[in-house]
Design a protein around this ligand. Structure first.
Ligand code: ATP
Length: 654
């Protein structure tokens, strides 16, 4: 489950939670008025790196003075703006915090130039993406960070006439904006592209930018008719238990400019667009006012723009607002309005959080968490091919590989089981059946069932130990009684060998059957007749003779010498080949057609293994041989061979 970790908690401090004021910078664009009706009259004068004044040429007494976090004059470069106001917040993304940079100001004042720039003068967006990619690459290769991998994705939307349009997938029109229970703002269904290199970003961004709505107005040849929001998501995944996941989101926003339609000359559709732009900017202003006044209700929901900026204004992001202004006298009122808005915005206090969750990333080569072995390295992850998905959507299919489940508190073995089961299900495209993405209640029920089966397994293990001990006692008793039989040493060693050492059969029931049947199979009944026997030995041999007389030719007479030891397969040699074959066939048939209940009738197959067999069958088709069982999870070759032995012994003896 995702959780918000305050900066205080994140750094382990115990003071008040950290806060961050919205940083406000003002950028003045160069003088560009070609008409110069009144000569070159500037209404803005820069004073120093933080302050400026605005002059009203009609009444110079009205000159206003403003101070901001930064003031960039008309000769400032793209690099200065970026390094001074944006670069410092990028590192926050890598620790799971959100940040946003938005350009605000009148139409034609230089917002798009500042955010996007041109190939010769790249703006904030390309610079920030390039640096983030570099920072993530550097971080994942440092010694401290080697257990983390980073993935960076981009989404790009425009808010055009109160509709959220997906610029990466233009057919996605009018997407909804939602808020999750942790107050994260989401756009379900929004396209998200993985960017591994700057070239990836450039390709997607260039194409998407062509989908943006721009048009010529009297004040700007290429005026943005919409608010454009680029979302860069940096996800940091821990590759070892407890698989923490930090997600930082960077919003880079190029707002449409406020427009005075007496001067833009807007008509028809342009006028309608202008109405929507001004209305959302008005709501933005109301939001800032409400925040500054500490009102209980902040009207975020009154426009799509403010809903999307909810996190950036009064929320959890580190926010930078760049107010673009124009110097020409004709912009005086627009500039004054923009500066007043900027001045009140700088009073807004945000409360940054670290977005942290514990996650499971299903990776094919992931090893057993129990062994504390790392999943694929960062470089392997980076090599993953570019993907297209809709991860913004909580229900999206792409989320199939990323689940939020508190695994930290689970036994690593449980995690491993869940991962493997989930992988099988995902591979088989069993929709909605993915264990980790199932609703919480079902997940809990499954986990409970799993816990119960663990208890059952423990109980069975205990029981098996007890039985083994009993079998050993019975065996040593038998050895004593065997020693009293004088002349059967060769056959004894041949037939009794399966009960000894490594090949000892660990079930009392099986031991009994073999003990009673096997020794006499090698002897001719007549050989026993003349022996002097008494007490239990006599009864024992009578019993054996009786079995033999009933004609149970279980064992082929073995002519080999007594070597005193047998290899792992030696026991098979002692069983008649046709019986061996039939038993194997019976087992194979059961494995391929048996129900869980029937499978459980096999030796060494409990409920858990029976279910695994059924599952394996469904996924891989029928078992070709009994030995195929070793491809089952938890069935080593050794285990399979002891399974075969136990079952064949049971079948031939029954
Ligand atoms: N700092 C600058 N240096 C050089 N040219 C600039 C600068 N700022 C803006 N310009 C130029 O001014 C013109 C208008 O800028 P831009 O389109 O960025 O304005 P805008 O604020 O985004 O306008 P709108 O809100 O209408 O979209 C463009 O031709 C742009 O290249």
């Amino acid at each position: 489950m995702a959780k918000r970790v305050s900066l205080m908690d994140y750094h382990g401090g115990n003071k008040k939670a950290s806060t961050a004021r919205v940083r406000v910078a003002v950028r003045l664009r160069p003088y560009m008025d070609k008409e110069e009706v009144n000569g070159k009259r500037l209404c803005v004068r820069g004073l120093d790196s933080q302050s400026l004044e605005i002059v009203n040429w009609r009444n110079q007494l009205e000159t206003m003075h403003y101070q901001f976090d930064a003031f960039y004059g008309n000769d400032s470069t793209q690099r200065e703006v970026y390094t001074g106001s944006v670069y410092p917040i990028l590192s926050k993304l890598l620790i799971g915090q959100n940040a946003s940079v938005f350009a605000y100001g009148p139409t034609g004042a230089g917002k798009t130039h500042t955010m996007q720039g041109s190939p010769g003068q790249p703006g904030i967006i390309p610079r920030a993406v390039r640096d983030l990619l570099q920072m993530a690459r550097a971080a994942s290769s440092t010694a401290d960070d080697e257990t983390w991998t980073y993935s960076i994705t981009m989404s790009y939307v425009e808010i055009y006439q109160e509709k959220v349009m997906d610029l990466l997938e233009p057919k996605n029109k009018d997407l909804p904006i939602r808020e999750d229970k942790d107050h994260n703002i989401l756009i379900p269904g929004l396209t998200q592209k993985t960017i591994n290199t700057f070239a990836d970003f450039d390709e997607h961004f260039m194409l998407a930018s062509q989908n943006r709505t721009v048009a010529s107005t009297k004040l700007n040849d290429r005026s943005s008719r919409s608010h454009a929001v680029l979302l860069i998501k940096v996800q940091k995944n821990q590759q070892v238990v407890p698989y923490r996941q930090l997600t930082g989101k960077l919003y880079l926003i190029d707002l449409a400019g406020s427009e005075d339609n007496r001067r833009t000359g807007n008509q028809g559709i342009r006028l309608k667009e202008s109405g929507a732009i001004n209305s959302s900017l008005f709501t933005l202003s109301k939001v800032v006012d409400a925040l500054n006044q500490g009102l209980p209700r902040i009207p975020y929901r009154d426009s799509k723009l403010t809903r999307l900026l909810q996190d950036s204004l009064g929320g959890s992001a580190h926010s930078v607002m760049i107010t673009n202004i124009a110097p020409e006298e004709k912009y005086y009122f627009d500039t004054l309005t923009a500066l007043n808005f900027a001045a009140k915005s700088k009073q807004i206090i945000n409360k940054p959080f670290c977005q942290e969750s514990t996650q499971v990333t299903v990776q094919p080569t992931m090893k057993r968490p129990r062994d504390d072995v790392e999943a694929p390295t960062a470089s392997r992850q980076r090599k993953k091919s570019k993907t297209e998905d809709n991860e913004e959507s909580p229900n999206s299919s792409a989320n199939a590989t990323q689940y939020k489940l508190n695994l930290a508190s689970l036994d690593p073995a449980v995690v491993e089981r869940l991962l493997k089961l989930d992988k099988i299900l995902t591979e088989k495209s069993i929709k909605d059946a993915q264990l980790l993405s199932t609703p919480k209640r079902e997940r809990m029920a499954l986990l409970k069932k799993w816990e119960e089966s663990q208890v059952e397994i423990e109980r069975l293990k205990e029981r098996q130990k007890e039985l083994e001990q009993k079998a050993m006692v019975a065996e040593s008793r038998l050895e004593k009684s065997d020693n009293s039989l004088s002349d059967c040493s060769v056959n004894e060693s041949t037939f009794r060998a399966p009960l000894r050492g490594r090949n000892r059969i660990t079930s009392t029931a099986k031991a009994k059957k073999i003990v009673r049947v096997l020794p006499l199979q090698g002897e001719h009944p007549g050989d026993m007749a003349g022996r002097q026997q008494s007490g239990p030995d006599l009864d024992h041999n009578r019993q054996q003779n009786a079995i033999l007389e009933e004609g149970l030719p279980v064992i082929e007479k073995k002519k080999s010498k007594c070597t005193g030891s047998e290899n792992e397969l030696g026991w098979e040699v002692n069983i008649r080949t046709d019986l061996l074959q039939t038993s194997r066939e019976k087992i194979l048939n059961l494995l391929n057609a048996g129900s869980v209940k029937e499978l459980k009738s096999l030796q060494k197959i409990g409920d858990k293994k029976a279910k695994l067999i059924v599952g394996w069958r469904e996924v891989n088709g029928p078992f070709k041989s009994v030995e195929d069982l070793s491809s089952l999870d938890g069935m080593s070759v050794k285990l399979v061979s002891s399974f075969i032995k136990a079952n064949i012994m049971t079948m031939v003896a029954s």
